[in-house]
Design a protein around this ligand. Structure first.
Ligand SMILES: [Zn+2]
Ligand SMILES: [Zn+2]
Length: 343
């Protein structure tokens, strides 16, 4: 473990990223309390819904379409609360719409991708803003420890960050997520957005540590499985890798890309409700990070895990925790393999 004297001042960027993404996606206002009703693709068109947008029909490349229905959750008996997080594991409705293709056949892997793909649309700017709110909660510039999937380690701090905005030219894969009953469609990669905006945060390691640039993309999975990281062949749900590796990744997402803006601060969301939600997400992540020794989370999805004999942990290091074996395997190949047992 880290020297306890400094522990509170060193932020592990990978763990922080997991927490921020869990807190963001499980409470995302646009998709809050929605359940998946239907999945369409370039091979199978929509059945339950008439998508009268030319964007869907015109797109000739790979495409994914999802229909979500907002369903008010039941009040939890013990607590009187409705605060059930939205997760890939509870995304299917209890009763499946009879005309839809059998979405109950979708494997957990596929459900996870759909979940992130839908919630990823337009959320790169939100996730950057949330990260910024998170850093703003620290009065002194903390150390950031960056552990990459390939075993490389860098030290940096929030003040070294730069927000890079890209224009992606012709994103290959179209994703449309429709939310009912408001019938609102969120599209990534459609032909009417030939210059698709994307934003990530880059950290530069301290000069004694080589001045290496590392990219954190918390919304990489809006591009589907191509956005899985954190490393080259990761099975995780975010990207954390060198700038060169990240540019290679962008080349497989879009026909081309260019950097349009580099800044330190992202402009606040003019919508006060959104801004308040993003701050709340940052605060919850900080609270969980500070309670990390008492309340563990899954090393793949960051779901909070209850203490007790049922708590599943890595048998080799006893220092990484998981929901179940599938998430442990994913986390192993994404990140833990190079870090198991290392301080
Ligand atoms: Zn998990
Ligand atoms: Zn381990």
């Amino acid at each position: 473990m880290l020297d306890t004297h400094h522990e509170s001042e060193i932020l592990d960027l990978y763990e922080i990223a997991l927490l921020l993404n869990y807190e963001r996606t499980s409470s995302e206002p646009r998709f809050r309390y929605t359940k998946l009703l239907e999945v369409a693709s370039h091979e199978l068109d929509f059945q339950t819904l008439l998508i009268n947008t030319p964007i869907w029909t015109a797109h000739k490349g790979p495409k994914d379409g999802f229909v979500f229905q907002r369903m008010e959750p039941a009040v939890i008996a013990d607590t009187g609360s409705r605060e059930v997080p939205d997760l890939p594991s509870n995304m299917l409705p209890q009763i499946v719409y009879p005309l839809a293709r059998d979405i109950t056949q979708l494997a957990p892997d596929r459900l996870e991708t759909i979940y992130w793909q839908a919630r990823g649309h337009d959320s790169c700017f939100k996730s950057v803003a949330i990260l910024q709110h998170f850093f703003d909660l620290y009065t002194t510039d903390p150390f950031i420890r960056i552990r990459l999937a390939d075993g490389k380690e860098y030290f940096s701090s929030p003040s070294t960050r730069s927000i890079i905005e890209y224009e992606l030219l012709t994103v290959q894969r179209l994703t449309i997520a429709v939310v009912l009953p408001e019938n609102k469609a969120y599209a990534t990669g459609s032909a009417d957005q030939p210059r698709f905006k994307h934003a990530v945060v880059v950290f530069e390691s301290h000069s004694y540590n080589g001045g290496v640039q590392t990219v954190l993309d918390l919304a990489s999975m809006q591009f589907g499985d191509t956005g899985r990281g954190p490393g080259h062949s990761g099975k995780g749900t975010l990207v954390l890798e060198s700038l060169d590796d990240y540019h290679n990744r962008l080349s497989s997402v879009a026909a081309g890309f260019r950097t349009t803006k580099i800044s330190y601060h992202i402009t606040p969301d003019p919508n006060e409700v959104n801004e308040a939600w993003m701050k709340k997400v940052a605060e919850r992540a900080k609270e969980r990070w500070e309670n990390r020794n008492d309340h563990h989370w899954c090393g793949h999805c960051a779901r909070p895990l209850a203490n007790g004999p049922e708590l599943k942990r890595c048998s080799a290091c006893r220092d990484a925790y998981y929901c179940h074996r599938e998430h442990q395997i994913k986390a192993w190949f994404s990140h833990h393999k190079r870090w198991c047992g290392k301080p």
